[in-house]
Design a protein around this ligand. Structure first.
Ligand code: MSP
Length: 535
């Protein structure tokens, strides 16, 4: 019999390609952190992952920003791209591809795609009249605007009147095909609230949308009519396709789509749902290409309960946040505290309190005190026993035995907050267990075997928690694993599943006997409350 080699499952996911009108803000950091957690989880379980992020660099908004700074648009874009790359590094984001829409290879992909849609008869020339919000790069209905003519998303920028000849994409032709798509694939748009939003929108009847602009230099020309520039959204969505090309590969659609297409997950914020859940699949249908598997629209962040914005002066600078508190802390807060898919709030006092409670007190202290006791009572090496020796009704074992499955389910359904809560249940039970069992007393009474059992159960709980939290807090999990005697760095993604196989490590009872433990060192120093709460 020949051995069968099963190829790992493939998983391709994207963040939006961020506008480069300014340095990255907390909204872009939020989406990217979630995507990174998913990518890390998928790698940990042994899947082959392609994680795509990048920047959306064309259009009027970017052209104007560059002009205001007195820079050539390309120079402006290069500067801002550098700041995105720097932030992703600080936040330990392990992306595989950074797709820039100004890349020459992207132009080749856009041209070929446009020609397919053109050949399919889905593009025509007509007059476009309407109110354009440059900040959204989108036409708005009069009724969508505020009384003073600004769009509600950008209350200090007036929408501009446009009356010009544009090329249009026949979106209306795809009305029933899209309806069928949503009906047959209820999981195409998630969460359900976003799906309902799209169903309501499409029920009103879809209108064709313009995919070219005149009097705009910064973008790709329409292949059949170079006086027109391709609309920035038509160009940007295709950045996901260009990203699939290997670095030296000839930029053709066939090459781009041969390996990783269709993309499994487009992770986006709720404000750009229509583009991804309606325009994008219709464009792909027109080009006769398979559709992505899922569009997930997360919620918006507020600060101290208020909408964030430069005009309100309450923006949250992701660079400052990570410099002050570290990457793991920021990642943990956003994943644990906010239900992915719903809006969520950032409040610095709550941020500090949560991190101190969960990571410094519950997790960090548990490891520290238990390792300390192991040094004292067991000469610093792991008690010589296995998990099977613990009774079935052991309180930590009971939680530990089903934890892996629950947390896997949470990662798979993007319910990270629930996953974190489940893991915390074990940690908190570990603290309670050790307080109740008081191994220091048993040690004095000479009950060495009992002491060892207690310490083993608690250390195993910390190990399991650290493993399951690794996609979210990779640096803390590495420190915990290393103190437990494994030479593992969760940031080295290459062979993680070989070194610490998921099937083994995600389950209760895998701490090896006779493993040398390191000296206990605090893994997460308690944070100070922000100054106004800190007399
Ligand atoms: N360039 C387009 C995307 C093109 S994708 C082919 C774009 N860029 S963006 O930079 O404006 O937005 C990027 C992401 O940041 C979006 O997913 C958006 O939802 C997210 N956020 C912007 N502000 C946000 C919050 N306050 N909170 C959470 N996310 C928010 O749109």
């Amino acid at each position: 019999m020949t051995a069968q080699i099963t190829k790992p499952k493939k998983f391709a996911l994207t963040t939006p390609l961020y506008y480069v009108n300014g340095v990255p803000h907390i909204g872009s950091a939020y989406t990217t952190i979630i995507a990174d957690v998913i990518a890390r989880y998928k790698r940990l379980i042994g899947e082959d992952v392609l994680f795509i992020t990048g920047t959306d660099e064309h259009g009027q908004k970017i052209q104007r920003t560059a002009e205001e700074k007195g820079l050539l648009p390309q120079d402006h874009c290069d500067q801002i791209v550098a700041s995105f790359e720097a932030l992703w590094q600080k936040l330990d984001i392990q992306y595989d591809r950074f797709s820039r829409t100004t890349a020459p290879r992207h132009q080749a992909i856009v041209k070929e795609f446009f020609e397919r849609v053109w050949d399919n008869g889905d593009i025509y020339l007509a007059q476009q009249q309407g109110w354009y919000c440059v900040q959204c790069e989108e036409f708005k209905e009069k009724r969508e605007l505020l009384e003073d003519g600004c769009c509600p998303l950008h209350p200090n920028k007036k929408a501009e009147w446009r009356d010009e000849e544009n090329y249009f994409f026949k979106l209306s032709k795809y009305q029933s095909k899209l309806e069928e798509l949503y009906k047959n694939n209820p999981q195409f748009i998630e969460p359900e609230s976003r799906r309902n939003e799209i169903l309501n929108f499409i029920n009103q009847g879809l209108q064709d949308f313009s995919i070219s602009r005149v009097n705009l230099a910064w973008g790709f020309p329409i292949p059949t009519d170079p006086d027109h520039t391709i609309y920035v959204w038509f160009d940007a969505l295709l950045g996901y396709v260009t990203a699939l090309l290997d670095p030296e590969e000839e930029p053709t659609l066939n090459n781009a789509l041969s390996d990783w297409w269709p993309i499994n997950l487009h992770l986006i914020g709720k404000d750009i749902l229509r583009f991804h859940a309606i325009y994008w699949p219709a464009m792909l249908m027109s080009a006769k290409l398979p559709l992505p598997q899922k569009i997930f629209g997360h919620g918006f962040l507020t600060k101290d309960g208020q909408k964030m914005g430069k005009s309100l002066g309450n923006t949250l600078d992701p660079f400052e946040l990570v410099d002050k508190y570290g990457a793991d802390a920021v990642r943990y807060y956003f994943l644990k505290e906010i239900e992915c898919g719903k809006d969520g709030d950032f409040n610095e006092t709550r941020f500090v309190n949560i991190l101190n409670a969960d990571l410094a007190n519950d997790l960090g202290n548990l490891l520290n005190r238990t390792l300390g006791m192991t040094q004292k009572y067991c000469q610093g090496s792991l008690p010589k026993m296995t998990a099977t020796e613990l009774p079935q009704e052991h309180s930590l074992k009971t939680i530990g035995l089903t934890l892996g499955e629950k947390v896997i389910n949470a990662y798979e359904t993007l319910k990270f907050n629930e996953g974190c809560e489940e893991i915390l249940t074990l940690i908190q039970a570990g603290n309670k267990f050790i307080d109740e069992q008081a191994p220091w007393r048993l040690f004095k009474e000479g009950k060495q075997a009992e002491v060892e059992k207690i310490l083993y159960g608690v250390l195993e709980s910390v190990r399991l928690a650290a493993y399951l939290l690794a996609p979210i807090i990779p640096n803390l999990s590495s420190k915990i694993y290393q103190q437990l005697g494994f030479s593992v760095d969760f940031n080295q993604s290459d062979r993680l599943n070989e070194v610490i196989p998921f099937a083994h490590h995600s389950q209760w009872g895998k701490l090896a006997v006779n493993q040398g433990l390191a000296k206990p060192q605090p893994i997460f120093a308690k944070l100070d409350l922000p100054s106004e709460d800190n007399p």
